[in-house]
Design a protein around this ligand. Structure first.
Ligand code: PLP
Length: 345
């Protein structure tokens, strides 16, 4: 739950609302106050040190030795653009695993950059089955497979430990891309050990920092695929040609410039996160309490229920329009209707 900082709007200050939404989430007082400082130069040694630390800690967070973080001003969606424009050349095949509506948007982004996209769609509340992935990979060659770790419209947790195994076994050159916007720092992700090629996320969810930063981490194999492209990168702002030297420079501490980074978001240390978590325990308590008063989890079974967020069906006989406005009258803000097919439920 979030008690948010004062902001005037609709006759109430923002701090009077309680937000129970999947992001932007609450930030701790330490994070809030770390942002309360004057702007500093993005070329200063102090900022270069903070940026360098963030690169190291991002790698640590994902249990990787040598993957390449890209920390760029933007929202999570910029990660989709980076994957589409740097790793997939126009006309190449891409397989999108669908466990909720964010896969449709990732597919849309990939198509915008010229990819041929196929999707495997799980039933609502389910995750795509490994046997279906295997069968699909056997009949067609794909440049990348994308999977949403936690789809925010269903709270379904995909098995990103098992999926790369299937992909590597059937199609070793295919890269595995994980949309982890709703899971980094609230679900376990072992990038190297599980063979994941790209993890992409944003600052405003599990990382518990203000919004404004797109965080993408690419394996050395993915960087190699990018470097071996035969056609030019199809974006300017998100081009790894531009960003790779910048990230390498900051990691070794001298500052470098391509665009102006969001200084204040960086100024918050990631150390609070690298401390272990209680997400699973808390999540089960929330779902259990909700079930006791008639709600039901969207995920079809507990093993594919996310730990960092809950998606619930309203009790029988109630719809979103019965409940959400009443919650708002009590100053409680929830996210509703993300998944079009179950919008009212
Ligand atoms: C799973 C998932 N993917 C992608 C996005 C898009 O991220 P952003 O809104 O930060 O651009 C979201 C946003 O909620 C999300 O939950």
């Amino acid at each position: 739950m979030t008690n948010v900082a004062p902001m005037k709007g609709a006759g109430k200050t923002q701090s009077q609302f309680i937000q129970i939404i999947p992001g932007p989430i609450e930030v701790t007082d330490e994070v809030l106050f770390a942002n309360a400082h004057l702007s500093m130069s993005h070329m200063s040694p102090n900022f270069a040190r903070v940026f360098g630390d963030c690169i190291h800690m991002t790698r640590q967070l994902l249990y990787s030795e040598d993957a390449q973080p890209f920390l760029i001003a933007g929202s999570g969606t910029l990660g989709w653009d980076q994957v589409s424009a740097n790793l997939v050349e126009p006309g190449k095949n891409v397989l999108v695993l669908h466990s909720g509506c964010f896969a449709d948007s990732f597919a849309d982004c990939l198509q915008t950059y010229g990819a041929n996209v196929d999707q495997i769609k799980a039933e609502i509340g389910g995750a795509v089955k490994e046997a279906d992935i295997e069968n699909t990979l056997q009949v067609k060659k794909y440049k990348i497979v994308t999977v949403t770790h936690v789809d925010t419209s269903t709270a379904v947790l995909s098995n990103i430990k098992a999926i790369p195994n299937v992909v590597k076994r059937v199609s070793p050159d295919t890269l595995v891309i994980v949309d982890a916007i709703c899971s980094v720092a609230s679900e376990e992700i072992q990038m190297d050990a599980w063979g994941i090629d790209v993890v992409l996320t944003a600052s405003q969810k599990g990382l518990g920092t203000p919004l404004g930063l797109s965080i993408l981490v690419a394996s050395q194999k993915a960087i190699q695929v990018f470097e071996n492209r035969s056609t030019p990168v199809t974006t300017y702002y998100g081009s790894w040609k531009k960003w790779l030297p910048i990230m390498k420079a900051y990691e070794n501490n001298p500052a470098a410039y391509f665009t102006t980074p969001p200084i204040n978001v960086f100024h918050v240390s990631l150390t609070q996160i690298i401390q272990g978590s209680l997400h699973q325990e808390v999540s089960r308590c929330v779902t259990k309490a909700a079930e006791e008063i008639g709600f039901k989890g969207v995920s079809l079974s507990e093993d594919i229920q996310a730990n960092g967020m809950s998606a619930l069906y309203f009790p029988d006989g109630f719809t979103a329009s019965d409940i959400i406005p009443r919650l708002l009258k009590k100053d409680v803000v929830v996210a509703g209707g993300l998944h079009a097919s179950i919008k009212g439920q």
